[in-house]
Design a protein around this ligand. Sequence first.
Ligand code: ZN
Ligand code: ZN
Length: 459
Amino acid sequence: MSKAVVFDMQPGLKDLWFLPLGGCGEIGMNLNLYGHDGQWLMVDCGVTFYNPLQPLSTAAPKLTAEVQAADPSFICQQRERLSAIIITHAHEDHVGALIHLWPRLQAPVYCTPFTAEILRRKIARSGLSTEMPIIEIPPGGTCQCGPFLINWLNITHSIPEPQALLISTEAGKVFHTADWKMDAAPILGRAFKPQVFKRLAKQGITAMVCDSTNALKSGFSLSETACYQALLEVIKPVKQRVVVSGFSSNIGRLISLGRVAQQSGRYLALFGRAMENMLGAARQCGFWPEDIPLIDVGHIGFLPPEEVLVVATGSQGEPRAALTKLAEDRHPHLLLEENDLVIFSAIMIPGNEMLISRLIDKFKAKKIQVLQPSDTLLPIHVSGHPNQGELDLLYRYVKPAIAVPVHGELPHMQANAAVARQAGVPQQLLGQNGDLFVLAPQARCWQNFVKAGRIAIDN
Ligand SMILES: [Zn+2]
Ligand SMILES: [Zn+2]
């Protein structure tokens, strides 16, 4: 059969297909398609950020735009077959491209209320995609999109309302984990509930499409509560100003820092537009505890040092972010002094090492103390993704017939597949963006079904 014939083929009633256009073979710009009975379902529509140090697995080599997304041409050319767009959670690698690509897609968007709030804010700021229909599904809810029945499943991650998906069709069922970890004590939202996933095994899961981000790490990720305790332990004895930098979308972490402020006699101020935006969304959705001693940014500079706790954007050394302004004494609301403490409650994203170390040097030159996760045994940052122990458990709970590792580079996905094999999953399918994973009726991976690529996103 020639490739041209295959390209025109559509999934039939007996077919269940998985076709990742982005996020498979890389971490970032997730864009997944499921095909059944002549229809497609999109799961997530994210961006990635240009990183000159990282090899581009599936990209046009010359694309150096700062923000990039998966090339959606395959589905745009047949958008009448796109039943819906499902967004699992509000991280940029899952939702960041949606308002830019939606005019070419035109399908209804389903997401939880927090993700919807983030989307509405993006639309209001950009003026893009004002016509986009957003259908809010409560966490743990259900919706029918064409031939796909979708059960949204509460899981734990590092942003409010993370959802895994059970996608049921007449040809089979997919359990799409999206980003997850097993957190028995998240600061915000429900704890991870094994029963939800053990129940799936009884339904007969054809394939589990699973997050590979931390599949090279053994053991288990640590809870957000452990991170809260670590931050409290570090900050409580300090007598100077404390600045913590981390990812603004981790509302649970912001609440932890609010509690640390409460317990250490400090006031909390949030520096950076992204922080303010996330706080607004969290408040709008009723997630922000109003007893947290939050103070207007304009007032923080007048407090004695031992009463100051600032959370600032810029943990990756971004030159325009609040943390860099603090390092260069050009923040309008606060001037740091000798012995003040700057804490990085975030990972160093590969590629950003240079920017971050330059930033740290600036603080150190002023004798401002810096604490990074690598400087301490205390978990001042915890990941939102599963280690091998969690992957193993989830495979044993769900008992899929096929494991499809995604959301990782090849070594992460290979490690994920090895865990699946050990956990008794009979078949593992490894592929990358553009490959067609036939999940039913007969499992196989068809390489280069679609030419994968990237497009620039104009931010
Ligand atoms: Zn992700
Ligand atoms: Zn995520």
